[in-house]
Design a protein around this ligand. Structure first.
Ligand code: ING
Length: 310
């Protein structure tokens, strides 16, 4: 009988309007922390860029205006209530935010332990979208303009009683990202996302966004024998529909909990951190079954290459 049960909450958030002060958003998040504590959670996962609207949807050329969306320090005066409440309640949390650092600007996620210490930091590596304004789009997706490629790698930390890794949004679509975490024995992957319901360029049936969101997280979970907690910033945010469908996925790829609204909503699951052991020892026993001598294209090439000779 496993004793490593971690009760985890995905704290999906509804829209964060550009006009809302951080204090209002942080108050919502503190309320979600308290709700999670009341439900016996040890860890709360907040979305990507949780503190502000998803500002890469606009071209913002005024540097001062753009700077408003980043956190110059973490915690800072406005985010300190999150750390204080977490420490008071004795629970940890994951937070996605825009980071200004001496080595660049990053789309960042941190893991804060029940003592209020930042024990892990990840900077988003797969930046989707584009760097220049694109008139053809209904709305922009300028993450390549506003963020540098993450420079901390895909890491896993032994903390809070488990092996925890983090990805951010678009990362979940790349199996390589999950596999690098899987090769470090990850047991719980925390993922915040801000995903528009509609494609800003060409029509795509909206139901596919939900399908691809769940498909990628369920595959990542199963193929690496890990829990995955994917948490959205959802709803109609400054005129753009953002998808919800936050989910907690078991190491077998099954959905243990899923959001049903586009608002602030807690989804909770008891995550047995040993539940992936069977998968890791058998079907995805990497040491026994992987054939790295045949995987070279994955690391040596970036784009598509002509078919390899016989
Ligand atoms: N958002 C989206 C995501 O990867 C996207 C962008 C949507 C890319 C759909 C491709 C297809 O979920 C962020 N913030 O990465």
């Amino acid at each position: 009988m496993s004793t490593r049960i971690m009760t985890v909450a995905g704290a999906q958030m509804g829209p964060v309007p550009r006009s809302d002060p951080r204090s209002r958003t942080v108050a919502r998040m503190v309320d979600l922390l308290r709700q999670a504590h009341a439900r016996g959670c040890q860890l709360v996962v907040f979305p990507e860029l949780a503190l502000t609207t998803f500002f890469p949807r606009w071209l913002i050329e005024d540097e001062e205006e753009l700077a408003e969306f980043y956190e110059a320090s973490m915690p800072g005066p406005e985010t300190m209530p999150l750390f204080e409440t977490a420490r008071e309640l004795g629970i940890g949390f994951h937070l996605g935010y825009a980071e200004i650092a001496e080595d660049g600007r990053f789309n960042t996620a941190i893991l804060v332990d029940p003592d209020g210490r930042i024990v892990a930091r990840y900077r988003k590596i797969h930046l989707p979208g584009h760097a220049e304004n694109d008139q053809a789009r209904e709305f922009q997706h300028l993450e390549k303009r506003y963020f540098d490629v993450g420079n901390l790698g895909f890491r896993v930390w032994d903390t809070m009683g488990g092996r925890i890794g983090m990805l951010i949004c678009n990362d979940r679509r790349w199996p390589e990202a999950f596999r690098v975490l899987g090769l470090q024995g990850v047991e719980l992957v925390l993922i915040g996302y801000n995903t528009p319901t509609l494609n800003g360029q060409t029509f795509e049936p909206p139901h596919l966004r939900i399908h691809h969101n769940l498909l990628t997280m369920q595959a990542g979970a199963y193929q690496n024998g890990t829990w995955v907690v994917g948490v959205a910033k959802a709803g109609l945010e400054d005129g753009v529909h953002m998808m919800g469908s936050s989910a907690i996925v078991t190491p077998n790829g099954e959905i243990a909990a899923q959001a049903s609204t586009l608002d602030d909503e807690l989804i909770v699951a008891d995550c047995d951190l040993d539940a992936g052991a069977y998968i890791k020892a058998n079907v995805f026993n990497f040491a026994a079954h992987r054939r790295t001598e045949h995987y070279r294209l994955i690391v040596e090439t970036t784009g598509v290459v002509p078919p390899l000779g016989t």
